[in-house]
Design a protein around this ligand. Structure first.
Ligand SMILES: Nc1nc2c(ncn2[C@@H]2O[C@H](COP(=O)(O)OP(=O)(O)OP(=O)(O)O)[C@@H](O)[C@H]2O)c(=O)[nH]1
Length: 707
């Protein structure tokens, strides 16, 4: 657990009190004094990253490190592969936690939600910022459970690189395939970490082979294990030809020795490593022309003379181009192999400026950021995690939200450290910020400095003939950095198939004021092809225009609120036209009363109408090995599935069709069992379809407790 110590800087008035890690508190205090920050640090600040250890840097470089030194990474994996344990070790070795958290005891930093502790799985991802050997690493812990795929997608979008963690005894598992494909979709460079090398059944060779076979990726073996399962004690650094052994007497794995492999001490291991290094050089040369030229010109006679840095630089380029993936190994639980993994993150994964984000060229130096997560804090209200792509964010800054088409103000700016936050005066491109004060910003929203800045960027793009921004809708023409979020589907909708009319009157006296409204409304079904709820308003010609003008907003608010919660299952209504046939309002009646009267009247009309439950129908795509196609099809037939097409993709079959959402609950587990974990699937909302009367009755009876 993180232990904090509260210090009162009595002699220095600009820093009233600071919460800091007790790791080197006096050094922090002294350095802050000397640096005189432009903006006084707030009361409940945590320690400033970068001040931990012996480095004393300028405040600017601590808060805003050079962009080339930033790594925005995520850890992705199959459930239980060890993401959380690996993250905890990373935080510990980077100096951010003082003791090792244990997922099995439920006390880890990144799994901070109570629910996660109870269930032992990572649902909400937490962004964590720390420094490693002069690099700023923003680590976003992505969840791995298949039912929370959207969470994974949101996070992946803001990553510049990722570490894929594997259970070395299981190799590539079903969920690894899903997250790997998602990373492919977002073009995210990756490195692989074969975890659990200490576990019975762990096999480096098998896991590497499964990466090659199942992920169709080219593994670059940068390490070899020393021992396996019970005998696992360290790794060989193939690039450097060194062995890294973890001291058995050191419980936390902080101490390990790095020694060159020598003929007299390790002849076998040296031979194996030399072969692996030569193979690695050939492999990289095949993928990178610049490196190939170097090898051919200068080192073709003796690969041993090739400097490690040249090979490392070429591996970085190949990783960035995603033509191959570096592979490392270790055991997070037994504290082995994590420090070299961190070295590899900084060495091989790209900095933000190396990533080619298309929309950035249009924003230039203007602010463009993506809100990728919103947390709710009881005291501070919504906390919005943002990835800054360009420009600078400061506290008190007014920002424009393109998706919400609204402008609001950031009150405070924080650097995220799980549930600890460091208050800071500004943050620049490439960083992950945590903002306080934004009430209307949601996940996936694109944040810019102003509406005119967004329009200017869109115009620049249009001038350059960006075809995808030539749509009619202005909001869509603006350049979004955002995540595409599918429509929510976990609710039912109802529509009234028959017309129904309802008069009603509301007559109340509040204090000495009489509020009297009489309305007559009609509800009738309309045909639409929209997935989104459509509600139309109509007004009879006989309605007094002046009266309508002053009360129209209140009337439509009333209709909306009635349609939000319909009489069946409390679900929203869609595809309905509400006509107002008559309206009388007593002078002095408040707009709230008008809304309330209309709402009640519409509710009654809907109650009288015949109703039909619409259920979400999903587009389904299942990718499955040929051998397992039949059981998958048989199972889908039982789920009211409607197969449209079966395609062939490499060795796999891809089944494309529709299935009602209600039939697909728990499908991931069933599919895994049916196909021995070889299949993956993707779901998205297609449309809503009317349930047949029998299914509708069963559903309604079940909900009302009758069956
Ligand atoms: N033997 C062994 N067990 C490990 C290792 N790393 C993690 N584990 C165990 O594997 C289990 C899952 O570890 P987590 O770190 O929670 O895995 P996760 O990938 O974060 O899991 P989710 O949060 O559920 O997605 C726990 O019981 C860990 O103690 C390792 O290196 N070796």
């Amino acid at each position: 657990m993180l232990t904090n110590l509260r210090i009162f800087a009595m002699s220095h008035q600009t820093i009233p009190s600071v919460y800091i890690n007790n790791i080197c508190c006096y050094k922090i205090r002294a350095s802050l004094k000397r640096l005189k920050p432009h903006v006084p640090l707030g009361r409940n600040c945590s320690s400033l990253p970068g001040l931990i250890g012996n480095d004393i840097k300028s405040l600017h470089s601590i808060i805003n490190p050079p962009i080339a030194k930033i790594r925005n990474i995520g850890i992705m994996a199959h459930i239980d592969a060890g993401k959380t344990t690996t993250t905890e070790r990373i935080l510990y070795y980077s100096g951010y936690t003082r003791s090792l958290g244990d997922v099995d005891d439920g006390d880890t930093v990144t799994d901070f939600m109570a629910q996660e502790r109870e269930r032992g799985i990572t649902i909400q991802s937490a962004a964590v910022t720390f420094d490693w050997k002069g690099y700023r690493v923003n680590l976003i812990d992505t969840p791995g459970h298949v039912d929370f795929t959207l969470e994974v997608e949101r996070c992946l979008r803001v990553l510049d690189g990722a570490v894929a963690v594997f259970d070395a005894s299981a190799g590539v598992e079903a969920q690894t395939l899903t997250v790997w494909r998602q990373a492919d979709k977002h073009n995210i460079p990756r490195i692989c970490f074969l975890n659990k090398m200490d576990k019975t059944g762990a096999s480096f060779k098998y896991a590497v082979e499964s990466i090659r076979e199942k992920l169709k990726a080219k593994p670059l073996l940068l390490q070899l294990p020393i021992g396996e399962a019970k005998t696992f004690k360290g790794v060989v650094d193939v690039v450097m030809k060194e062995k890294l052994l973890w001291n058995c007497n050191s419980n936390d794995g902080k101490d390990f020795e790095r020694k060159p492999l020598l003929e007299m001490n390790d002849p076998e291991l040296l031979k194996e490593t030399t072969e692996a290094r030569n193979a690695l050089i050939e492999q990289v040369a095949d993928l990178d022309d610049e490196f190939a030229d170097l090898v051919l010109e200068e080192f073709s006679e003796n690969f041993d003379l090739l400097p490690a840095e040249k090979l490392q630089t070429a591996i970085h380029r190949v990783t960035l181009a995603q033509t191959a993936v570096p592979v490392l190994c270790g055991s997070a639980l037994k504290n082995k192999g994590i420090q070299p993994l961190l070295d590899a993150v900084t060495m091989y994964l790209p900095s933000p400026e190396e990533r080619n984000y298309e929309f950035l060229q249009w924003y230039k130096d203007d602010l463009c950021a993506l809100a990728f997560k919103v947390l709710h804090d009881k005291q501070r209200g919504p906390l919005v995690f943002m990835r800054i792509y360009s420009g600078t964010i400061k506290p008190q800054l007014a920002i424009h939200n393109i998706n919400g088409n609204c402008t609001e103000r950031i009150s405070r700016l924080l650097l995220p450290f799980a549930d600890q936050h460091v208050e800071i005066p500004s943050l620049t491109a490439g960083n992950i910020a945590l903002t306080v004060g934004l009430k209307h910003t949601a996940t996936g929203d694109t944040i810019v400095s102003s509406k005119s800045s967004a329009l200017a960027a869109a115009r620049r793009a249009e001038r350059e003939g960006e075809k995808k921004h030539r749509q009619n809708n202005e909001a869509e023409r603006l350049l979004l950095a955002g995540v595409e979020i599918p429509e929510p589907v976990f609710f039912c909708t109802i529509e009234p198939p028959s017309l129904s009319k309802q008069p009603d009157t509301l007559d109340r006296t509040l204090g000495d004021k009489r509020h009297l409204v009489t309305v007559e409304v009609e509800a009738r079904p309309i045909e639409t092809s929209s997935v989104m709820p459509v509600i139309e308003f109509e007004y009879a010609e006989s309605i007094n225009e002046g009266l309508l003008k002053v009360s129209q907003e209140a009337i439509e608010n009333g209709i909306h609120s009635a349609c939000l919660q319909g009489p069946l299952l409390g679900s929203p209504i869609q595809d309905v036209a509400i006509t107002l046939h008559s309206l009388t309002i007593h002078p002095g009646t408040s707009t709230t009363m008008i809304s309330a009267c209309v709402s009640r009247c519409v509710q009654k009309a809907l109650k009288k109408a015949d109703k039909q439950v619409l259920e979400p129908l999903m587009n389904l795509e299942v990718t499955v090995a040929r051998d397992y196609l039949s059981p998958v099809l048989a199972d889908l037939a039982q789920r009211r599935g409607n197969i449209q097409e079966i395609q062939t993709r490499q060795d796999n079959k891809v089944v494309i069709g529709f299935v009602p959402l209600a039939e697909i609950m728990g499908y991931s587990t069933v599919l895994r069992t049916l196909t021995s974990g070889s299949a993956t699937f993707a779901l998205e909302l297609s449309t809503y379809q009317a349930m047949n009367p029998q299914d509708q009755n069963t559903l309604l009876n079940r909900r009302s407790g009758l069956t």
